[in-house]
Every structure is written in C-alpha cells, then in structure tokens.
Design a protein around this ligand. Structure first.
Ligand code: ATR
Length: 275
C-alpha cells in the first residue's frame, strides 16, 4: 500500500486526508493518506523516515513550506520563484518538491472571472501564500498590486517578481486604495469577529466604495468559509470565491503528481463539503 500524508504543525484539523482518501478509494488506488503532525525539532528525523519507510508523497503545510527545501533533491521552477513547497514526491528514494498552490488559486479565479489576461489583481498580505497567488496571477497575464501590513515584504516580492514577468507587479502602501478586477485576501488576521475586521479593513486595506467595483473577491482562508471580507463583498453584490476552492484544486494537482491520474474532482469536492 502506498503511503502519503500531510506534514504540518498543527495538522490534526487538516481536511486533506478526507479529500485524498476519498480519491484513492474512488480510483481503486491502494494507498492511504495520513497525518504527520511533527514539531520543528522532529522534522529532520521525520524526513529520514520518509526515505526509510518509505512514504511516497507529502502535502506540506505551515510551518514547513520553506524549511523542507533543504531536504529535497530537486525542485521545479515554480518552487524556486515562490520559495515554498506544498507537495513532495518520493520517486525511487529521491525527493522532488512542487508547488500546486498557485495552480489552485488560478483555477479558483478563472472558474469565476474567466481569462486573467490584463486583469488587475490586488493581493492583501505578503507571506508564502501571497507569493504563490501572485506568481499564478502574473503567469496567467494579470497585473498585480500587493499590499501588506509590513510594506517592506510587499516591496520585496514586487521587486523580485518584476524580473520574471512581462506584466506589472507593484506594492501599494497601506491606506492607499486601488481599483482592480480581483481582490484576494491572503492574510490570516481578519477571520474572527466582524466588528474587529471592519475597523481594520476599512481603515487601511480596502474601502467599501472600491470593493463594489471589483469583479470578484477571494479569501484563501477557509475557516470560516464565509469570512467577514466575503460576507461584506457578497452584501454589496460582488462575486465571492471561498477558500475551499483553492484547497480543492491544489489537492487535485497533488493527486495527479502522485498517481499520474486525473483527480476525481467531484469525489474530492464532496469529501470536503462533508466536513
Ligand atoms: P502564509 O503562508 O499563510 O501566507 P505567513 O507567511 O505567516 O503565512 O504570512 C501571513 C500574512 O498575514 C502576512 O502578510 C502578515 O503580515 P506581516 O507581513 O505584516 O506580518 C499577515 N497578517 C497576519 N496577521 C495579520 C493581522 N492581524 N493584520 C494584518 N495582517 C496580518
């Protein structure tokens, strides 16, 4: 039986096992997807275990998307640019790193807004997730504005990515509003109370008058599914894209990397909905 799983800390509440085990079952693949909840000090020993057992593939989540890099034999170009890995394939004792997050975000966006060419995508946040989303948007021909609490991090992404793409990427200072076609929240700070969120959001990140002009708003956070940002966008009639879509589509790509087969999308989507 082939063995896969999620490497994260914490990992207990991950929805990935449900999706992948449902997919293996539906496709008659003799494989099991488990949970590898490892503390940072356990990472090195665990990576040895991956080779020795062996474990055939991993989904990689926080906080290991960057620190796993040094254990890998080879990474794809997307990983080099994004600087983060979310998928590992163990092929005959060699570990290969991939990033399917940007494919997940592009697919979730394109499904609702269509072709991204020349669209203006405004990204809130400048962490690992923002880098993946920005990479995908630029690759699909969109222009990107990136805005973050710590502006230096947004500046750094803009400078770095501007080298690789013909479309534009710029950072925007907090408090400065930009109109755009698609707004994407990748920050983890505004998911709790509606009141907390409104105060902070409206002040620095997004003004409701601007929000109304967007074609779609996506939040990559999926607990809760309808975040305060999405609730507000939906109230004023803007299309919303929930974070479970990116989660689903990045998982479909992982499945394909591990098995060589197209993922059973409906099965995985139903498994995710059942949570
Ligand atoms: P991820 O891989 O999910 O992107 P990360 O790399 O830790 O995680 O990035 C978290 C992002 O959320 C950052 O953009 C962070 O802003 P800073 O760079 O200024 O730290 C943002 N973030 C986290 N909590 C926030 C809050 N309360 N308000 C605004 N931004 C927040």
């Amino acid at each position: 039986m082939r063995q896969y799983g999620i490497l994260a800390y914490p990992a207990a509440h991950s929805r990935s096992p449900l999706m992948h085990n449902a997919a293996f079952k539906a496709m008659n693949i003799d494989a099991y997807y488990g949970v590898f909840e490892k503390k940072p000090e356990e990472l090195e020993a665990f990576m040895r275990e991956v080779l020795e057992r062996p474990i055939d593939g991993l989904s990689v989540s926080l906080p290991y998307k960057e620190s796993i890099l040094k254990y890998l034999d080879q990474v794809e170009p997307a990983v080099q640019k994004i600087g983060a890995v979310n998928t590992v394939v163990n092929k005959e004792g060699k570990l290969y790193g991939f990033n399917t997050d940007w494919i997940g975000s592009n697919r979730a966006l394109i499904e609702v807004v269509g072709d991204l060419t020349e669209k203006i995508v405004v990204i809130l946040g400048a962490g690992g997730a923002a880098r993946a989303v920005a990479y995908g948007a630029l690759l699909a021909g969109a222009h990107v504005w990136i805005k973050n609490r710590t502006k230096e991090k947004a500046d750094a992404i803009a400078v770095e990515f501007a080298e690789f793409f013909s479309t534009q990427i710029h950072s925007v200072p907090l408090g400065e509003m930009r109109t755009g076609d698609i707004l994407i929240n990748t920050t983890s700070g505004w998911t709790n109370g509606m009141e907390d969120w409104k105060e902070e959001m409206i002040a620095d990140y997004i003004n409701l008058d601007y929000l109304a002009n967007y074609q779609a708003v996506m939040d990559i956070v999926y607990t809760p599914l309808i975040t305060p940002l999405l609730e507000t966008a939906s109230e004023i009639g803007v299309n919303i894209i929930t974070g479970d879509k990116m989660l689903l589509y990045q998982a479909c790509e992982q499945f394909k990397l591990w098995t060589g087969e197209d993922a059973p999308l409906e099965v995985m989507s139903k498994a995710l909905e059942a949570v």
